[in-house]
Write a protein that binds this ligand. Sequence first.
Ligand code: GLU
Length: 306
Amino acid sequence: MSADLLPALLEQINGDARRHADWGRVASYIPELACVDPAQFAISVCCVDGREYHAGDVGVGFSIQSVSKVFTLALALGRFGDGLWERVGKEPSGRAFNSIVQLEVEDGIPRNPFINAGAIVTTDAVLGSNAPRDTLGEILLFLREAAEDGDIHINDSVARSEYATGDRNFALAHFLRSCGNLHNSCDKVLGTYFHHCAIEMTTAQLARAARFLCGGFAGQRMIGIERVRSINALMMTCGHYDGSGAFAYRVGFPGKSGVGGGIMAVVPNVASIAVWSPGLDRYGNSQQGTAALERLSRDTGWSVFS
Ligand code: GLU
């Protein structure tokens, strides 16, 4: 499909999302996210030739939540290389994002870096012996450089809100620590984890930040092509929790969702995409965001499978 047709297609996708009465349900277990109006939608596409296209509420910032796990993974792989895989696996979980049961059966080695337990280990690795403030500064710097935008910040109220209700993540962290797979205190790791999940971005910023996974231009100065391939493979197989198979089937390119309703997606060597709509489906993935990516892939022919 010619890029000239993208603006009209994005407007149609935006219109479709708004015509749908069924927005899904916003995440309610983090009180600050429970107040977000579900009837919002935005989509941004950055093509490898540098052109950008946007539709919907593209100026509205949202909580990127688990999408941040992609950036901490990139930092952890940069620092530890394949050594990271001694502490966390690379397999789809087939379980909810915050599942505890699998962690016990598998002796405290989380299935992958995108379920909560895996991201908590990755955050611990990136922390090392540094102060949380320094590690959060490093994560923000990576994002700002990737997006070429200094106006990306953490929403402290969201981080505090999650901290206050984060019993399940504390349970995961304590179990990991009892297995020797968390080196810092639970409090220090989760304080850092909740804050990187509480980073706020617009779809325009997130699509630009995702260019580093896309091949070509901005990307290659951030991480090497081998790491890009590894991260995209993990987003394809594990980026949507126990809805990952259905996402691959419906959309056909790698993506990572967050409970704030954002999805960051990559069509290698073609485009990076961010979509946001806060209402979630039963797996915790954006309902209208997934539908939008499905339509985008169908109408453009973008897929890694054909
Ligand atoms: N901060 C969220 C949590 O730990 C991230 C989950 C998500 O976005 O899927 O529960």
